[in-house]
Design a protein around this ligand. Structure first.
Ligand code: GYE
Length: 319
């Protein structure tokens, strides 16, 4: 009996090994868990890269620290994964570790944010067009002020920026800045990072409200910072949103941003799609089949504001 069990166990182990060997191993160096967007992004990878779909996912949460991401990538190289996927926390400082992956013959796919490295060090990038998102927000504000008959008024603006040096921060700041530059009556009073988190967003907004009593517009480089900012505005006895005295909008358009718009606290949300898991899987499948892939792949994005049927739209949203 013992023998039979031993043989069975051995067989199961071999079967397991063969099975594990058939799986494509993917190491994902994720930024962290700083926002709703990020959680949706993580879930998208975890739902896509499953054994049922032919993958083994090694997931690493870097807690928004570049040194942790670099360590994770080195660990993936050591474990000889088939593919490395990185959502880089910031754009600079990757040349050395990416060269190491390249020398090890492991393809690197960038997702979400960009890296400032030479082209041959990664096979493809897929993510949102952050400059365009910022410009869309700027055009939305133009339109909104126009409709309110405030197009020629002096408009005081503050910005809660994302993690400094992250593509989403750099692009959104640049994009909104392009439209700002076309309006002499728009004044950017201050820009400060809220690290893409609700807590930091609230803290920075509190200090903005102290320093600048006459804020007309708050630009939040993600939804979660807007949630913090809304709390700070209310705590200061001020109001925001379409019926309030401060205009506030943000980027991402996660489910909770719809709730904030429906509640009348947030004016608009500029979409950034986090569901990159299937997009990265498609790239990997093409590479597996020896097909070529587009190096840079932007995802189409839109925006939402309180003039729309937000309940109906929210019901169709996946994140
Ligand atoms: O906007 C923010 C997250 O890089 C697009 O990172 C992403 C940004 C997203 O923390 O919520």
């Amino acid at each position: 009996m013992k023998k039979v069990v031993a043989v069975l166990l051995a067989l199961m182990m071999v079967a397991g090994m063969v099975y594990a060997e058939d799986l494509i191993t993917v190491g994902y160096a994720q930024v962290g868990a700083e926002s709703d967007w990020r959680m949706a992004n993580t879930k998208s990878f975890q739902d896509t890269f499953t054994p049922e779909n032919g993958y083994q996912l090694i997931f690493d949460d870097a807690q928004q620290k570049q040194e942790n991401q670099i360590r994770a990538i080195r660990n993936f190289i050591q474990r000889e994964v088939d593919y490395i996927v990185v959502a880089p926390v910031v754009e600079t400082g990757w040349e050395t570790v990416l060269q190491e992956a390249y020398d090890a013959g492991i393809p690197v796919i960038l997702s979400d944010r960009m890296m400032d490295v030479s082209d041959e060090l990664y096979v493809a990038w897929v993510g949102g067009n952050f400059v365009k998102e910022g410009e869309t927000a700027g055009h939305w504000l133009e339109d909104y002020l126009e409709k309110q008959g405030r197009a020629d008024e002096d408009i005081n603006i503050v910005t809660l920026q994302g993690t400094i040096g992250a593509s989403a921060q750099v692009g959104r700041t640049e994009g909104f800045g392009n439209i700002l530059a076309q309006h002499d009556n728009w004044h950017m009073l201050a820009m400060q990072t809220g690290e893409f988190t609700q807590a930091k967003g609230q803290e920075v907004m509190e200090s903005f409200l102290h320093s600048y009593p006459d804020i007309d517009v708050v630009v939040c480089e993600n939804d979660n910072m807007a949630f913090g900012a809304i709390d700070a505005i209310k705590a200061a006895g001020r109001t925001c949103g379409p019926d309030g005295d401060i205009i506030i909008f943000s980027f991402d358009a996660v489910r909770a941003a719809f709730d904030a718009m429906i509640a009348g606290d947030l004016n608009a949300a500029f979409e950034c799609n986090p569901l990159h898991g299937p997009r990265v899987a498609e790239i990997i499948q093409k590479l597996e089949n020896g097909e070529s892939v587009d190096k840079i792949q932007y995802v189409d994005e839109t925006y939402f504001d309180t003039t729309m049927d937000l309940e109906a739209i929210k019901a169709t949203r996946a994140y």
